[in-house]
Design a binder for this molecule. Structure first.
Ligand SMILES: [Zn+2]
Length: 384
């Protein structure tokens, strides 16, 4: 998993070395007994005990301005797993950017075992234009593994694999629903892989959706490096959602505890295991018109239950939207203007409404940050 120093950028060495800033220079000098392997990202070596921000060259704008991917690496003095946490792979999905900002504030990282690679904005170009996609209109999460000679999306994918995934042992990819859609906090993972399942369970949100690999996704490409990656889906594109952000920070910390990168919580908490969902179904608009939704995100629904009504602007031609299966609403469209066939409600299939209620019971995303490692975030002003 070590990495060649030569691969500084997509242009095979023509790029300058990535810019790097070391914070709190050698705040703790590298331990003599550290057995950590060397870590090089963008041609910059990060030593055990160091924290560095690296600006990884990606491409140039047509104005000639260079574009870089900002990366923050925290290396503990003691060896351990190397977890990457990334966000905004879809450029408009920004909840995870805030999750990473809060994560990097935690003083517990001073006692980190192993390495945390934080990449708050993967799709830097999409982020700048508030778009899911890249300027070449490609979806980065369908462009893996990519190639150094390929399209812009393919090159960016390749850089991410070579510089981040190749250095990592585990990964968490932070997403939200697409624009005008909302996702109830959930983990998506390939549960046939035991390590992915362990991370998914540890994250601690009420629903874990078993999802196979989508072709061209980061998750699929990382599996080729034997790096298990789980996806956290929560909230809406282009919005900050406090409860989704809190659940995200807590989830990443819980995964880091499970990996023994951070000390275990001193507080004994009895949490219900997440409900594992093995299939889900979208309910589509039966008619074009205006939707009056009657089912909230995170609510349990029975088969046949009315989820909303579509009508024309005169209030005529009212057509009910009914749940085609029983389960819990894990995704929803927020825009009332619908065309026939539009995906409106995403139902995770599960028959037991009581089981669903039980897994929701312990989930208090609005509650204060739990004591221990995240309690210092209690002073963080909530985003309202
Ligand atoms: Zn996404």
């Amino acid at each position: 998993m070590t990495h060649s120093k030569k691969k500084a950028g997509p242009k095979g060495g023509t790029k300058a070395k990535a810019q790097a800033r070391t914070e709190a220079p050698s705040q703790e000098a590298p331990a003599r007994k550290a057995r950590q392997k060397p870590m090089v990202i963008g041609g910059v070596e990060i030593l055990p005990g160091q924290r560095r921000t690296i600006d990884l060259p990606v491409t140039d704008l047509s104005t000639h301005t260079p574009i870089t991917m900002p990366i923050h690496v925290v290396r503990g003095r003691r060896a351990g797993p190397c977890l990457f946490v990334c966000a905004a792979l879809h450029g408009d999905e920004i909840n995870g950017v805030e999750v990473i900002r809060r994560l990097l504030r935690l003083t517990a990282l001073k006692r980190l075992q192993g390495t945390l690679i934080a990449v708050p904005i993967v799709n830097v170009l999409g982020f700048l234009s508030q778009s899911r996609y890249l300027p070449d209109r490609r979806d980065l999460n369908r462009s893996f593994p990519g190639s150094a000679q390929g399209s812009l999306a393919g090159r960016l994918a390749r850089i991410f694999l070579d510089e981040i995934v190749a250095n990592a042992t585990h990964g968490i990819d932070l997403h939200t629903a697409a624009i005008h859609r909302d996702n109830f906090p959930q983990i998506r993972a390939n549960l046939d892989d035991t390590e992915s399942e362990r991370l998914a369970q540890a994250f601690g949100v009420p629903f874990v959706i078993n999802t196979g690999f989508r072709e061209g996704s980061l998750r699929e490409a990382a599996s080729g490096f034997s790096v298990p990656v789980i996806v956290y889906e929560a909230g809406e594109a282009l919005r900050f959602d406090e409860s989704c952000i809190r659940a995200g920070v807590k989830g990443v910390v819980r995964v880091m505890r499970a990996l023994e990168m951070l000390a275990p919580s001193r507080r004994r908490t009895q949490r219900t295991s997440p409900l594992v969902i093995r299939s889900s179904k979208w309910v589509r608009a039966p008619h074009s018109g205006l939707l009056r939704s009657a089912a909230a995100l995170g609510s349990a629904v029975k088969e046949g239950q009315i989820l909303g009504v579509v009508s024309d602007p005169f209030g005529e031609n009212e057509v009910e939207v009914r749940a085609s299966v029983g389960g819990v609403i894990i995704g929803r469209s927020n825009i009332p203007l619908v065309h026939e066939g539009d995906a409106l409600f995403h139902i995770a299939r599960h028959e037991g409404t009581q089981v669903i209620a039980r897994s929701l019971d312990d989930f208090e995303p609005e509650a204060a940050y739990e004591s221990g490692l995240t309690s210092e975030l209690a002073g963080e002003a909530p985003i309202v």
